[in-house]
Design a protein around this ligand. Structure first.
Ligand SMILES: NC(=O)c1ccc[n+]([C@@H]2O[C@H](COP(=O)([O-])OP(=O)(O)OC[C@H]3O[C@@H](n4cnc5c(N)ncnc54)[C@H](OP(=O)(O)O)[C@@H]3O)[C@@H](O)[C@H]2O)c1
Length: 274
């Protein structure tokens, strides 16, 4: 008997974790709806006929509704939604403008809420659905200079943890994938705010942050965890997205918060050569 291919819809699939996940699922025999803000010819998946591209900006409800409708028309079903699109705003909070903060929340939190709100009626009617989210290790712990990014990911963690209660009656499962540093376009896309009052501190911390990316794994490592979360049939909310994240969470459980944050400060604020 031939079983139908399962379908995953991914946001932010033009690069990084989203793109690697699209390819990984296609190689595992899934049909993939790779959604992206701008569908460009260079975002090619030509070696993967099971991956189809759809336009979707998480801050634009019309594009979300259209993408979901087109995917269902085209592929017949959506089994799994992977909310992945996001970026980081970093720098001293005092120097951030309100619109920069709002834009960060529009993408990382309200964007996820927009897509989730739009797919819930469909999953509810189907009485089935899995919602996966790329949060971050920064949704469980905090980093210097990333107070706004951290607050979007902490909010996302809390939102999804609470949402689980009301949707489980419809057989809808929610799972958060929490990676630490991953090599992708993420570091190039950081919206970094500079301010003369915090200049020296900011330079040191951001340099140490980027040094932390030197030995970071590629996004394929996260794609495997996303696949595990989509297929393990477990009602488990949180998945460490990389081995480093797993270690960090272990330390966070082991140490009192004050000791953990002292360790974080020692690591991120240590002098670096120019
Ligand atoms: N890399 C890391 O170290 C790391 C660690 C923890 C968590 N994360 C999280 O992982 C997720 C993916 O990041 P990544 O590492 O793969 O970085 P990435 O390569 O920069 O990918 C981010 C993706 O999000 C998309 N995006 C941004 N704003 C969007 C919008 N309004 N609508 C639709 N798509 C949008 C980007 O699309 P465009 O191509 O159009 O810009 C891109 O495809 C993010 O949520 C990030 O916060 C990353």
């Amino acid at each position: 008997m031939q079983t139908r291919k399962k379908v995953i819809m991914i946001t932010g699939a033009s690069t990084g974790i989203g793109k690697a996940t699209a390819i990984y699922f296609a190689e595992k025999g899934w049909q993939v709806a790779a959604t992206m803000r701008t569908v460009k010819p260079e975002n090619t998946f030509s070696h993967h006929p099971a991956i189809k591209k759809f336009q979707l900006d998480v801050t634009d409800n019309e594009s979300i509704q259209k993408a979901i409708g087109d995917i269902i028309n085209d592929l017949g079903i959506i089994d799994v939604l992977f909310n992945n699109a996001g970026y980081a705003l970093a720098g001293a909070f005092e120097a951030t403008k309100e619109e920069q903060v709002r834009k960060q929340f529009e993408t990382n939190l309200f964007g996820v809420m927009n897509v989730t709100r739009s797919i819930l009626p469909y999953f509810r009617k189907e009485r089935s659905g899995i919602i996966l989210n790329t949060t971050s290790s920064g949704g469980i712990i905090t980093f210097p200079l990333y107070s706004i990014y951290n607050s979007t990911k902490w909010a996302l963690e809390g939102f999804m943890e609470a949402l689980q209660f009301e949707v489980k009656q419809f057989n809808i499962t929610i799972k958060n994938i929490e990676p630490a540093a991953v090599k992708s376009d993420f570091t190039h896309n950081i919206d970094f705010i500079t301010d003369s009052n915090y200049e020296q501190y900011s330079q040191v911390v951001q340099k140490n942050t980027l040094i932390g990316y030197r030995n970071a794994p590629g996004p394929e490592v996260v794609a495997k965890i996303v696949y595990k979360a989509a297929t393990d049939n477990k009602k488990k909310l949180r998945y460490a997205g990389t081995p480093q994240a797993k270690f960090i969470f272990f330390l966070r459980k082991l140490l009192p918060l004050s000791s953990f944050n002292k360790m974080m400060a020692r690591m991120m604020e240590k002098p670096v050569s120019a």
